[in-house]
Design a protein around this ligand. Structure first.
Ligand code: ASP
Length: 206
């Protein structure tokens, strides 16, 4: 509620604590101990998100499409061959207080391991948790010899779509192959390689 950069804090949990995940008040206390300056909770309130919340609370308005627009993910392969994934989200609009989504759950909305791939997801988190999407994609690459694109499509357009789980993922493997795949009409996405070649797209056919 008061940490300006949750990913910066996650990095500190990884680097200077013996733990993998901290939540709630304990996480905030750890942030203060690490010298992160707290921000007022209203720092996170934006007019657009307030409008979306109001629309979501109005039963007559469909809210899910809008709620897909709040998550930011990144995956990277660095010069040393290390893979990394990060996912930052406000979660689903109008969720219940205390609800935990897929983004912080390692193996659901976020996963990285040097021997298979790095994945960051966006979409209806409950389904991503049930299907352990990020880990499942990596496991398919690791154990079945599928390419990253085959594994990601099988999970996102196959299993996840069949369950009714809307969303998509970005992923990269140790060879630098990418998958930016989704089962919705679009997903804001972009990539850049070592030569500076940039790809940017929103809908399916670009
Ligand atoms: N995956 C996020 C969640 O379920 C929502 C999103 O991607 O917009 O919390």
């Amino acid at each position: 509620r008061h940490v300006k950069s949750p990913i910066g804090l996650a990095r500190l949990v990884m680097d200077v604590s013996p733990h993998v995940m901290l939540s709630g008040q304990g996480a905030e206390e750890f942030a203060l101990e690490q010298g992160l300056e707290p921000v007022a909770n209203r720092y996170f309130v934006t007019e657009r998100r307030q409008r979306e919340l109001a629309a979501a609370l109005d039963a007559s308005a469909g809210s899910f499409r809008e709620s897909l627009m709040g998550t930011v993910g990144a995956v990277a392969l660095d010069a040393a061959g290390d893979l990394a994934a990060a996912t930052s989200t406000g979660g689903m609009t109008a969720k219940r207080w205390g609800r935990v989504g897929d983004s912080p759950v390692i193996g659901a909305g976020t996963y990285a391991a040097n021997d298979c791939c790095a994945v960051s997801a966006t979409g209806h988190g409950e389904y991503f948790i049930r299907a352990a999407v990020a880990r499942d994609i990596c496991a398919r690459v690791q154990y079945t010899g599928a390419s990253l694109a085959e594994a990601a499509d099988a999970v996102v357009k196959g299993q996840l779509a069949e369950m009714g789980g809307e969303g998509g993922i970005i992923a990269i493997d140790p060879a630098g192959n990418l998958s930016l795949t989704f089962n919705t009409a679009g997903m804001y996405r972009a990539s850049i390689d070592t030569r500076g070649r940039v790809y940017v797209a929103i809908f399916g056919d670009e």
